[in-house]
Design a protein around this ligand. Structure first.
Ligand SMILES: C[S@@+](CC[C@H](N)C(=O)[O-])C[C@H]1O[C@@H](n2cnc3c(N)ncnc32)[C@H](O)[C@@H]1O
Ligand code: SF4
Length: 364
């Protein structure tokens, strides 16, 4: 059995808005732009919009009905506006991890789709960017059903707002949950800008995790907000990488690591390579030596993630001792390397497994 704090099937709106009948019935805004236009239509000036978005992201107090710094129509319309913001998503169930600082959330969107969002140690939250994913990585639960739909910029930002409502000190957002950010680029970058501008999230505390994509790099180099970058590499051999990530990027490993290196220097933060470790697939010393040669001298680090077994999947983790030896091998070659520990394993990265498990338990 799972360990939901809420009863299965029950949702709760986290106190972005008081839980009233109006909130439960409100029509959600479809985008950040629509939410902004609705405020302007009430006579809100840019400074009012700013305060209200900051309040939504837990960085300002909501004005009360007597606050004359806000136009009367804004004050009168505020409850309905907040209800429409709150209607974007609700927390369906909460699943504390083995690590007391970690908790997975299954959230329900207005069309009843569910996505994962994970509260991480060290004041982080991992958010989803798509419902499903088209890349179809062979070890990933999210990729199994293909892409269902894109998340709107507001649906992405709402996960961060929910994290802030639950844990006001949340300061880091990793776009590492369900979905491939580069396949929903416009909405992901809009959410990134919104969170940096109104949520006081530092650029280096906004981390986009991607399989790599030319368009993503082009946008990042042109962007005012410079999020940090995590690149899911998993293999250095082109053919193997295409087998593991069947509908991933057309960029070669060389082009991808070169672009990531340029962006790391440009942004001022090292690129973090993710390497999902699978016994007998990508855990040989030879392959890791090749990785070390490729990354030599680059502003980069490697994070090994022992694979989480997905139902029906043949992929298994290497022995912990072997995984540690791979880390030591990279370090000996001068590359900063870490191994994600197993305590964090059950919650880190909302890879779609929680969603699959809860829906299965409910017979859906
Ligand atoms: C779920 S993906 C989302 C972000 C983006 N699509 C990507 O692949 O980087 C985030 C990370 O989770 C990893 N991941 C997915 N399924 C996993 C599994 N079964 N075990 C361990 N890591 C997994 C991916 O390799 C990726 O590095
Ligand atoms: S690992 Fe990332 S890119 Fe691959 S299927 Fe899962 S979500 Fe998509």
């Amino acid at each position: 059995m799972s360990d939901p704090v809420l009863e299965p099937g029950r949702s709760a709106r986290i106190d972005i808005v008081p839980e009233t009948e109006t909130a439960l019935e409100a029509e959600p805004f479809s985008s950040i732009e629509e939410a902004s236009i609705a405020l302007e239509a009430l006579g809100a000036k840019p400074q009012h919009v700013r305060t209200l978005f900051r309040a939504y992201l837990g960085r300002a107090a909501w004005p009360d009905a007597s606050d004359e710094r806000f136009p009367k129509r804004v004050r009168e319309g505020l409850a309905a506006w907040r209800a429409r913001m709150a209607a974007v998503l609700s927390v369906r169930s909460r699943h504390p991890g083995a690590d007391p600082e970690s908790e997975r959330l299954l959230v329900t969107l207005a069309d009843r789709q569910t996505v994962e969002c994970v509260l991480l140690p060290r004041r982080g939250v991992c958010v989803s960017t798509q419902m499903g994913c088209a890349v179809g990585c062979v070890f990933c639960m999210t990729g199994k059903g293909g892409l269902v739909r894109q998340l709107s910029d507001l649906e992405i930002a709402a996960q961060a707002a929910t994290a802030r409502a639950l844990r006001p000190l949340t300061k880091k957002i990793v776009f590492m949950g369900m979905g491939e950010p580069s396949h929903n680029l416009r909405n992901v970058l809009s959410a990134v800008r919104f969170l940096a501008e109104y949520g006081d999230f530092g650029h280096k505390d906004l981390v986009i995790s991607t399989v790599g994509d030319e368009r993503l790099f082009n946008e990042l180099f042109a962007s005012r907000v410079r999020p940090a970058l995590a690149v899911s590499l998993h293999a250095i051999d082109e053919v193997k990488r295409r087998t593991l990530l069947p509908r991933g990027t057309r960029m070669t490993v060389e082009a991808l690591t070169d672009a990531a290196e340029r962006y790391a220097r440009f942004s001022g933060y090292p690129v973090q390579y993710e390497w999902t470790l699978m016994a007998g697939v990508n855990d040989s010393f030879e392959e890791i030596d090749e990785l070390a040669r490729r990354l030599s001298g680059q502003y980069a680090m490697v994070n090994f993630i022992p694979v989480n077994a997905v139902e029906g999947s043949p992929y298994r983790r290497p022995e912990p001792e072997h995984a540690r030896a791979l880390v030591a091998r990279l370090r000996a070659a001068g590359i900063v390397a870490t191994l994600r520990d197993s305590a964090a394993q059950d919650v880190d990265g909302g890879c779609g497994q929680l969603r699959a498990r809860v829906l299965k338990e409910e017979g859906k």
